[in-house]
Design a protein around this ligand. Structure first.
Ligand code: FAD
Ligand code: SIN
Length: 527
């Protein structure tokens, strides 16, 4: 049933984190990067606003640290934040040396402002194509290394874990299953935005990594924390295209459908209040005005400036007949980023020997309960490199050959009773309506029941990408729901309308699948 592939290092995912890990491993053995689609298809490719880094004359690493901690609402893991902000400048300089062309103001790097940053510290490229520029530079380095093999259109289905050690992963490629044996494996599959009906994330981002790691018995942390971006395009027939926070950083205003500014009613920082505050404020205005959207308005800014500063957004909106220099832009929130994920230490080690992880799939603890805007590209660079180093050190100590007799568990769940498109759509709607920006015990209970009705799907082994994705969306959706149900308080991006208080909320929620298939949960108090 399986064909075998041997490699020294297996990297799953080709966004900023996976590519950066691959670069770190170059020269240390054969590296295989597997990815679901073409190499560049990832959230990284669509990242707009920029990358936060303390490199401007007015900034300091310590101020970036404080801003990150404040945004995380008491749940950041401080040593992880220290690593992020202090490795950050070095990783960005390295990227510039490799050819990254960040926008300049005269002879100096140009920094923009985003919500909850007390300094202008967000570097951008080609105005609003920062992720694309970073991905391009990393990919050209990866492509130049002959010992890095790229397996595109290959879906990681499950990790292979034997005697507590990760031996690699089962990959689905062109309808066939492969056992890819590796001395060390790096999981870098990104987040799970597609689990929600409204999301800024591309189609490849279906929560696979969390589900895969869960099935393998890895510890997951703080899965209930999902960040909703306040401003995604709301136009007939248009995708929920992101309207960067940098647009508000440059002076964009939020107006309700009557043209009234409203943000100051909700927070003294107005348009630049923390993301969760802005998202909830928009929802309140939408409810009050009985409208499915509010407006983002840039029409008071110079048209030439807008076109130059946000060229990709300008062109994309025009395709949907919205001229952002002249029209108010209809927007509403959408699922954007997962703070929770596979628990790692500051060196990308997971709770499973031989398995490392980096990027949005992880919970390093740098984001706490709410991510500071533009910290995730930086996280991918910093922790992608660190996970690569750890994988290299681990492999150099590991002498015994991988056991070729290992057989991955083969599920017996049936696919026959389900229409996958229907299940996919139901998961997305349930998550959006019941496990969204505002949750409560009742909504979460309903979600548990509705999603739980499809639990039979979780047991199957499937041979198409679509089926594998639906299984993972269901699994990760259930984990988010269960965690949100258990955290009976409101903190950061997790807002419970039935328990609005933060009291007793300063803990991390950890979860793990036990050998008998049951979920176990435990709490760790924050320092
Ligand atoms: P991704 O870049 O998502 O890459 C994941 C990779 O894993 C992809 O290659 C995917 O195909 C692959 N994959 C997934 N599942 C499997 C599987 N089962 N098998 C094989 N391969 C798999 N952050 C910022 O810091 N600044 C910004 O300005 C910013 N803007 C954003 C704008 C948008 C529209 C979006 C969606 C996100 C934005 N973010 C931003 C968040 C940031 O882009 C992501 O958090 C970050 O790029 C994640 O990087 P990653 O490498 O972890 O995952
Ligand atoms: C944005 O440009 O608004 C996205 C920034 C981020 O998610 O970090």
């Amino acid at each position: 049933m399986y064909e075998d592939i041997r490699t020294d290092f297996l990297i799953i995912g080709s966004g900023v984190a996976g590519l950066r890990a691959a670069i770190e491993l170059a020269g240390k053995g054969e590296i295989t990067v597997v990815t679901k689609d073409i190499m560049k298809e990832s959230s990284t490719e669509y990242a707009q606003g920029g990358v936060a880094v303390a490199l401007s004359d007015e900034d300091e690493v310590g101020i970036h640290y404080e801003d990150t901690i404040r945004a995380g609402d008491g749940l950041c893991i401080k040593p992880a934040v220290e690593v992020l902000v202090s490795d950050g400048p070095w990783r960005i300089r390295e990227l510039i040396d490799w050819g990254a062309a960040f926008d300049m103001k005269g002879t100096k790097l140009d920094f923009t402002l985003e919500a909850a940053h007390t300094r202008r510290r967000v570097l951008h490229a080609h105005g609003d194509s920062t992720g694309r520029e970073i991905g391009k530079v990393l990919l050209s380095k990866v492509t130049a290394e002959s010992e890095i093999k790229r397996l595109t259109f290959s879906v990681a289905v499950d990790l292979m874990v034997h005697d507590g050690r990760c031996l690699g992963a089962v990959i689905l490629r062109e309808g066939k299953l492969y056992r890819v044996f590796a001395k060390a494996t790096v999981l870098a599959t990104g987040g799970g935005g597609q689990i929600y009906a409204r999301t800024t994330n591309p189609e490849v981002v279906t929560g696979d990594g969390m589900a895969i790691a869960w099935r393998a018995g890895a510890v997951l942390r703080d899965m209930e924390f999902v960040q909703f971006h306040p401003t995604a395009l709301y136009a007939p027939g248009a995708p929920q295209f992101l309207l960067s926070e940098a647009m508000r950083g440059e002076g964009g205003r939020l107006l309700n459908i009557y043209g009234e500014p409203f943000m100051k009613k909700y927070h003294p920082d107005g348009e630049l209040a923390p993301r969760d505050v802005v998202s909830r404020a928009i929802i309140s205005e939408m409810v009050e005005t009985k409208s499915p959207h509010v407006y983002l308005d840039l029409t008071h800014l110079d048209a030439g400036f807008i076109k130059g500063r946000f060229p990709r957004i300008y062109q994309t909106c025009l395709r949907y007949d919205v001229d952002i220099t002249r029209d108010r832009i209809p927007v509403s929130p959408a699922a954007h980023y997962m703070m929770g994920g596979v628990m790692t230490d500051t060196d990308g080690r997971t709770s499973i020997e031989g398995l490392f992880a980096a990027g949005e799939v992880t919970c390093t603890g740098v984001h706490g309960a709410n991510r500071l805007a533009s910290n995730s590209l930086l996280e991918g660079l910093v922790f992608g490199a660190r996970a690569g180093m750890s994988a290299r050190d681990y492999a150099s100590r590991m002498s015994e050959p991988v056991p070729k007799t290992y057989l991955p568990p083969h599920g017996s769940g049936s696919i026959d009773h389900y229409d996958y498109n229907e299940v996919r759509s139901l998961i997305r709607r349930v998550m959006w309506e019941r496990v969204g920006i505002i949750r409560c015990s009742e909504s979460l209970g309903i979600a548990k029941e509705r999603l739980g009705a499809f639990k039979g799907l979780l047991e199957g082994t499937y041979l198409t990408r679509k089926e594998v994705e639906v299984k993972n969306m269901l699994q990760t959706g259930l984990l988010i729901t269960e965690a949100a149900f258990r955290r009976e308080c409101s903190i950061g991006a997790h807002y419970r309308s039935d328990r609005k208080s933060k009291e007793g909320c300063r803990y991390h929620l950890l979860m793990k699948r036990e050998d008998d298939g049951n979920m176990s949960f435990w709490e760790e108090q924050c320092d």
